[in-house]
Design a protein around this ligand. Structure first.
Ligand code: SAH
Length: 210
């Protein structure tokens, strides 16, 4: 159920849905997604579907992870990525294959701790995790080349925009019941926004949960 054949089928599906970046597909065929969900759900880990990770949250659908990664890779030189809403840590580990360092923020403490454990046991060394409120970003390690929100704010968070490097961009699903994935950058002419496609993420919630 977690065999290479099952993973290859997932990759074939992602390709059908329009994911074209071969490096992203390769990485997703390689990384053991079943280790990022409870054992009882492991047999569904290579279906193209979101899976519950507890606390009313989900591990994003593989298509979404692939698409966000593909978009992040449009940055010419990916140094630091800030990820808001790291949940299970799966999107973080995918990003970590391409960026020099991933900074992952999660507001729900038990999720963060579980993700940290998983990443440690997989010996990933270039991800730093923080129990924090993503609306504030992570000023200590700013600026970031890409900031990626895996949860949807109602509007672009100003503190995050302020932590972008000069050629950096923010990728965020923006909205409430209707969301659009937005790519935003700060240019000499001010804030530049581009709608990439419709999106459907859990809401970004302010504050911490113990
Ligand atoms: N990328 C994750 C998807 C997790 S779902 C994965 O691959 O598993 C989105 C996550 O965003 C949830 O875990 C939720 O707790 C978190 N989140 C929501 N608002 C947040 C905030 N303000 N700061 C940090 N994390 C937040």
């Amino acid at each position: 159920m977690t065999s290479q054949r099952t993973r290859d089928r997932l990759v074939a599906r992602l390709r059908e849905q329009g994911i074209v970046n071969e490096q992203v597909l390769e990485v997703m065929a390689d990384i053991p997604r079943h280790l990022f969900v409870d054992e009882a759900l492991a047999h569904r880990a290579y279906e193209d579907t979101a899976l519950p990770i507890g606390f009313n949250q989900t591990l994003s659908q593989p298509y979404t992870v692939a698409r966000m990664t593909e978009l992040a890779l449009e940055h010419d030189s990916l140094g630091r990525i800030l990820e808001i809403g790291s949940g299970s840590g799966y999107q973080s580990i995918v990003l970590a294959q391409f960026a020099s360092e991933v900074f992952a923020i999660e507001r729900i403490k038990p999720l963060l701790e579980k993700a940290r454990q998983r990443l440690r046991s997989l010996r990933v060394r270039n991800i730093r995790c923080l129990h924090g409120d993503g609306f504030q970003g992570w000023a200590e390690f700013a600026p970031f080349d890409v900031i990626l929100c895996a949860a949807a704010p109602e509007a672009l968070p100003a503190d995050l925009l302020a932590q972008l490097s000069p050629d950096g961009f923010l990728l965020a699903p923006v909205g409430g019941s209707e969301q659009n994935l937005v790519r935003a950058r700060l240019t000499d002419d001010g804030l530049q926004q581009e709608i990439v496609e419709p999106a459907n993420f859990v809401p970004m919630v302010p504050g911490l949960q113990k």
